[in-house]
Write a protein that binds this ligand. Structure first.
Ligand code: NAG
Ligand code: NAG
Ligand code: NAG
Ligand code: NAG
Ligand code: NAG
Ligand code: NAG
Ligand code: NAG
Ligand code: NAG
Length: 557
C-alpha cells in the first residue's frame, strides 16, 4: 500500500515537472508592420504571403499613392508594396492547378484616383521563384473578357474544384451596408466554363439576406458543399444541381454580416469521409434591420457538425459549443489534424457603422484574445480546450486575417472595423491595425523532424520515398503526413483550405519516409500543397509541392 502510494506520488511529480518543461504556444509580435491593413492574406510561396486591403489611405506607398496590396516576407518579416490596379476590397481567392494565385471581385475604385473598379476584377500572381519576391508582380487585364468576371461581385467566395479551376460563388454587385440587398445569386468559373455565362443559384436566392461570403468546400467526390445564412447544400458542378441539406440548428446564421466560420475536417484514407464543422455567428431573425441590432448582443458559441454521407445527412447537424461565443471566428487546420479557433469578438456583428450602438465604427465588441483548439477525434463534449493557449495583446476584429505558414506557425494580421485608416485615439477602441504577429505552436521551440528532397511534383495515386531526419528524442509512435492547402483568408473564412492525411510509414532506421498520394484530384484538387510530417505530435517545417501535373485548369491530373 505505502509503496504503491509513494510510487504514485513520484509519478505525479514526474508528470508535473515534465509538463512545466513542455514549451507552450506563444504570440510573437513582429517589429515591422504590415504597411497596409492585412484584410486578406494568402501564402504564395515557401517564403511569401500576399496581403490585400482596399484603395484607402494606408501608410505603405507605391507610385506616389497608398498601396492596397503587399508581399510579406515570412523569413525576414518585412513588407513590400505590390501594384494592384483594381480595388481588392473584400475579394476572395485561391491557388489554381498551375500554381497561380487568383484573386476575384472587389469594390468600386475607392479613394485612390489610380484605382480601377474592382468588382469584376481578376488578379493573377504567377508562381514566384525568388525568395524575397523580387521581380514578381500582379497581373490584371481589366479590358479583357477572359480576365474579368462575367458578373460584378463584392463579397464572393471561391473554391478550387476537382479540375483545378475556381468556382466563384455569390456576392453583392456593389457595396451594401449590412445585408445583401443587391445580390448576384449565381456561380461562375475561372477559367470560364459555359461560354462565360453565369449559372443562377436557387440556394443563394433562398439564403438572402445574410449570404455574403458563402463558405464552400470541394468534397472528395468532386461535388461542393456550401453553407450560407442558416442553409446548406451540396452543389454538383458537373450536372449543375443543388441538393438541399438540413438547416443549421437553433436559428444560428453563419455568413456575413453574421460571420461564423466553417471548415472541412481533415480527410483520411481509405474512405476520406467528409465532415464539416460550422462555428460561431449569431442567432437572430434576419428580418431585423441593423438599426435594431446592437454591438453588445452576444454571438453564439454553437458549433454544428455534419458527416456528408447518406447516413450522416439523415442524422443531421450535431450541436456542440465552443468555450465562449464568437462572431467572426477563424477556423484553421493544424497539421496534426486539430483545428485552431482564433480571433473575433464575443458580441455584435460583422460590417461597419450599421448597428444602433457601434463602437466607433465597429458593429462588434468584446474581442476574444485567447484561441482555443478543437480535437475532431475526441468525444463529443470534450473537444474544445484553451489550456496553455496564450493571450494576444491585439484585438483581431473585422477585416483581420490569419493563415498557417509553410514554417508551421500562424501569421496573424489586420483588423479594421472602420471605413478608412483610423489611428489610435481615446474614442477609438479598434483602430486600423498594422501590427503583425505569429502564433507559434510548441513544436517551433524543439528539435523538429524534417522532410528532405521531396520531388516538386507529386502525381496522384503514386507512392514516393523521401529522405527525412527525425530527432533522436522522439520514439516515433505516431507518424502523420498531411497534404494541405493553406487557404485564402478573408472575412473569417479560408477559401480552399484543406488537410488530407496520406498513408505513410517511416523506415526502420528512421531515415526515409514512404507515402502515397491520394488517388485523384477529387480528394485533393490539383494544385499547390504544403506537405508536413508530424512525428509524436512534433511537426516538421512544410515543403511546398505541386499535387498533380501542374497544368493549367481544367485538368484532371
Ligand atoms: C526587434 O525588436 C526587438 C526589441 O525591440 C529587438 O531586440 C530586435 O533586435 C528587433 N529585431 C529586428 C530584426 O529589428
Ligand atoms: C481599358 O479601356 C479603357 C477605355 O475603355 C482605356 O482608357 C484603358 O486604358 C484600357 N486599359 C488597359 C489596361 O488597357
Ligand atoms: C432558417 O432561416 C429561415 C429564414 O429566416 C427560417 O424560415 C428557418 O426556420 C430557419 N431554419 C432553422 C432551422 O432555424
Ligand atoms: C425597430 O423595431 C421597432 C419596434 O419593433 C420598429 O417599429 C422599427 O420599425 C424597427 N426599426 C428598424 C429600422 O427595423
Ligand atoms: C478558457 O476556457 C474556460 C472555459 O473552459 C473559460 O472559463 C476561460 O475564461 C477561458 N480562458 C480564456 C483566457 O479565455
Ligand atoms: C467613412 O469615412 C468618411 C471619411 O473618409 C466619413 O466622411 C464617413 O462619414 C464615414 N462613414 C461612416 C459610415 O462612418
Ligand atoms: C499536440 O500539439 C499541439 C500543437 O501543435 C498542441 O496544441 C497539443 O496540445 C498537443 N497534443 C498533445 C497530446 O500533446
Ligand atoms: C495558369 O492558368 C491561368 C488560366 O489559364 C493563366 O492565366 C495563368 O497564366 C497560368 N499560369 C501559369 C503559371 O501557367
Amino acid at each position: 500500500m505505502r509503496i504503491a502510494a509513494s510510487a504514485l506520488l513520484f509519478s505525479l511529480t514526474g508528470l508535473v515537472s515534465a509538463a512545466a518543461d513542455v514549451p507552450a504556444w506563444s504570440f510573437n509580435l513582429k517589429n515591422e508592420t504590415s504597411g497596409i491593413v492585412a484584410l486578406e492574406s494568402i501564402i504564395v510561396s515557401p517564403t511569401l504571403a500576399i496581403f490585400f486591403d482596399r484603395s484607402s489611405d494606408d501608410p505603405l506607398q507605391i507610385n506616389g499613392h497608398s498601396a492596397w496590396g503587399a508581399l510579406w516576407d515570412l523569413e525576414t518579416s518585412t513588407v513590400r508594396a505590390l501594384n494592384v490596379l483594381s480595388n481588392s476590397f473584400c475579394a476572395s481567392g485561391a491557388l489554381i492547378s498551375n500554381g497561380s494565385m487568383i484573386s476575384v471581385g472587389g469594390d468600386a475604385p475607392g479613394i485612390q484616383p489610380a484605382a480601377l473598379m474592382g468588382n469584376n476584377a481578376i488578379r493573377i500572381f504567377e508562381p514566384c521563384a525568388t525568395q524575397d519576391g523580387a521581380g514578381c508582380e500582379l497581373f490584371e487585364s481589366p479590358n479583357s473578357t477572359a480576365f474579368t468576371l462575367a458578373a460584378p461581385r463584392w463579397y464572393p467566395s471561391t473554391v478550387r474544384i476537382f479540375d483545378g479551376s475556381l468556382l466563384i460563388i455569390g456576392g453583392a454587385h456593389v457595396d451594401v451596408v449590412f445585408y445583401n440587398i443587391d445580390p448576384e445569386n449565381s456561380y461562375e468559373f475561372f477559367p470560364k466554363k459555359d461560354g462565360g455565362v453565369v449559372r443562377p443559384s436557387a440556394f443563394l436566392e433562398r439564403s438572402l439576406p445574410a449570404n455574403l461570403f458563402p463558405r464552400g468546400f470541394a468534397l472528395p467526390d468532386g461535388r461542393v458543399f456550401i453553407v450560407a445564412n442558416n442553409q446548406s447544400i451540396i452543389y454538383d458542378v458537373e450536372t449543375d444541381t443543388e441538393t438541399v441539406l438540413p438547416d443549421i440548428p437553433n436559428g444560428v446564421r453563419v455568413t456575413n454580416p453574421v460571420d461564423g466560420s466553417a471548415i472541412l475536417l481533415p480527410l483520411s484514407p481509405p474512405a476520406y469521409t467528409p465532415e464539416v464543422l460550422v462555428c460561431g455567428g449569431s442567432a437572430l431573425d434576419d428580418r431585423t434591420q441593423p438599426a435594431n441590432l446592437s454591438s453588445q448582443q452576444p454571438a453564439t458559441s454553437q458549433c454544428s457538425r455534419i458527416e456528408l454521407t447518406d447516413a450522416g445527412i439523415k442524422r443531421g447537424w450535431i450541436v456542440e459549443h465552443m468555450l465562449g461565443p464568437r462572431i467572426m471566428p477563424e477556423l484553421v487546420h493544424i497539421p496534426n489534424g486539430q483545428i485552431l479557433i482564433a480571433n473575433g469578438g464575443r458580441t455584435g456583428f460583422a460590417a461597419l457603422s450599421a448597428v444602433k450602438d457601434p463602437v466607433f465604427q465597429s458593429n462588434a465588441d468584446n474581442p476574444v484574445f485567447t484561441p482555443e483548439i478543437y480535437t475532431p477525434s475526441a468525444a463529443l463534449g470534450t473537444r474544445f480546450s484553451n489550456q496553455s493557449m496564450p493571450t494576444s495583446p491585439v484585438a483581431r476584429m473585422y477585416h483581420s486575417s490569419i493563415t498557417l505558414t509553410p514554417q508551421g506557425n500562424f501569421l496573424v494580421a489586420g483588423s479594421n472595423p472602420n471605413n478608412h485608416t483610423v489611428l489610435p485615439a481615446p474614442d477609438v477602441k479598434f483602430p486600423s491595425e498594422f501590427r503583425v504577429e505569429t502564433l507559434d505552436p510548441p513544436f517551433m521551440q524543439v528539435p523538429r523532424p524534417a522532410l528532405q528532397s521531396v520531388p516538386s511534383k507529386l502525381a496522384f495515386g503514386r507512392t514516393f520515398t523521401v529522405p527525412v531526419t527525425v530527432p533522436s528524442n522522439l520514439a516515433a509512435k505516431t507518424v502523420q503526413v498531411s497534404l494541405m492547402d493553406l487557404g485564402f483568408s478573408s472575412h473569417a473564412f479560408h477559401s480552399s483550405s484543406r488537410l488530407v492525411f496520406l498513408n505513410a510509414r517511416l523506415s526502420a532506421n528512421r531515415r526515409s519516409l514512404t507515402f502515397t498520394m491520394p488517388p485523384n484530384g477529387r480528394i485533393y484538387p490539383p494544385g499547390p500543397a504544403t506537405l508536413f510530417l508530424t512525428i509524436d505530435n512534433v511537426t516538421s517545417p512544410g515543403v511546398m509541392i505541386m499535387a498533380g501535373s501542374g497544368r493549367s485548369p481544367p485538368t484532371l491530373e
